[in-house]
Ligand binder design. Structure first.
Ligand SMILES: NC(=O)c1ccc[n+]([C@@H]2O[C@H](COP(=O)([O-])OP(=O)(O)OC[C@H]3O[C@@H](n4cnc5c(N)ncnc54)[C@H](OP(=O)(O)O)[C@@H]3O)[C@@H](O)[C@H]2O)c1
Length: 338
């Protein structure tokens, strides 16, 4: 079998392919033939040595956290999935319920725990979620990080999204577009921002209520307030970062909520607006297996198909990183594995 490794995380061009025997599952583990993997912005940060949670790379690791595949073999005591079952892999190993705990931060998939850019990989049985037939491997590979993060922000906080409410989401990358799709499926209306009018057109086709180009409207919070009759949105999926947060705060109604997700845009944070507007701010760090299971159910039952901008063959993994870095994509970039 073939897999990719990173041992020098200074450039994704250092991705190296190696050939080795397929691993065997130990007690409680499952061998999975990987069929697809998706890229997240985090993977770019990791591969280029900019991931804050990476202190020191002690050994080579298999990159990419998000994947889907087919069960090949169960280890002793692993019996939840039959060979041939289609599964997605959870982002946070061992996190079954609730939010990420401190001890798990140091063991996230894709670094430092080995990721999924491999033809075969062994996982703990508890880290797999069954994919129904309605969801392709490529679509399933979009869900563990980007999908769960959007799901957690919208539905798992103290003020879960309700039909009829309004959501703001930032940019047209993986998390934001899945948030748009999930919010629409839940009966909410969505305002989305982007650097590009062409991308906003694509978002309209996906059901966005309004789109705002943040390049031509640098004070885009004023547009959000205008569109919402001066009230603001009920929930903001803040996948931008400190540099967009002040505008998201100004865009959110009194007593509304914000899911703090992104690190894309640097800036200063002034907490006064958060207090004056009585906002519920919550950090969203992906989520649990239970959230992925609920998300998979929702995706299958609503007929939602994660937006995949481009797929690359396994042999062209580096091109997938180049494509993500160029940021011309909408939704997700996926690598098909075998
Ligand atoms: N906390 C968590 O658990 C968690 C989980 C997943 C992701 N994240 C974070 O969420 C962010 C998005 O991740 P992703 O994987 O969805 O990224 P992505 O697919 O690479 O999408 C990034 C998009 O953000 C938009 N953007 C870039 N600069 C911007 C700016 N100055 N203002 C507004 N939008 C901007 C661009 O869309 P346009 O071209 O349309 O403007 C870009 O395509 C990243 O910071 C990532 O680290 C956090």
């Amino acid at each position: 079998m073939k897999r990719y490794l990173i041992d020098d995380p200074t450039s994704f061009k250092n991705l190296r392919m190696e050939e080795l025997d397929a691993p065997r599952p130990l007690r409680g583990q499952v061998l999975v033939r990987m069929r697809a993997a998706s890229l997240n912005y985090r993977d770019l940060l990791i591969a280029t040595g900019r991931y804050r949670l990476v202190e020191e790379v002690k050994q080579a690791f298999v990159p990419l956290s998000d994947g889907a595949g087919e069960v090949v073999e169960n280890g002793v005591d692993a019996q939840k999935f039959k060979p041939g079952a289609r599964v997605a892999i959870t982002f946070v190993p061992g996190l079954v319920h609730g939010n990420v705990t401190r001890d798990r931060l140091g063991a996230l998939r894709g670094f430092p725990t080995d990721g999924v850019l491999s033809e075969y990989q062994v996982f703990e049985e508890e880290d797999l979620v069954k994919l129904p037939d309605e969801i392709s491997f490529e679509e399933g590979a979009c869900l563990p990080c980007a999908g769960v993060t959007a799901w957690n922000s919208l539905f798992c906080g103290p003020q879960p999204l309700l039909p009829g409410q309004t959501v703001l989401t930032i940019g047209t990358g993986g998390v934001s577009v899945l948030a748009l799709q999930l919010a629409r499926a839940a009966g909410a209306r969505v305002i989305i921002t982007s650097s590009s009018d062409a991308k906003l057109e694509r978002m309209r086709a996906l059901g966005s209520w309004e789109g705002i180009n943040y390049r031509t409207h640098p004070e885009w919070q004023e547009e959000v307030l205008r569109l919402t009759g001066g009230v603001g949105v009920d929930h903001a999926v803040e996948s931008g970062g400190p540099g967009t947060l002040a505008r998201s705060v100004a865009s959110t109604r009194f007593g509304g909520s914000i899911g703090m997700i992104g690190v894309l845009v640097q800036g200063e944070i002034n907490p006064i607006g958060i207090m004056h507007q009585g906002l519920a701010m919550r950090s969203v760090l992906t989520g649990s297996r239970a959230m992925l299971e609920d998300l998979v159910k929702a995706v299958a039952n609503t007929g939602l198909h994660p937006v995949i901008d481009r797929t690359f063959p396994f042999a062209e993994a580096v091109s997938a990183y180049v494509c993500l870095q160029a940021a011309g994509h909408v939704g997700k970039i996926v690598i098909t594995i075998g």
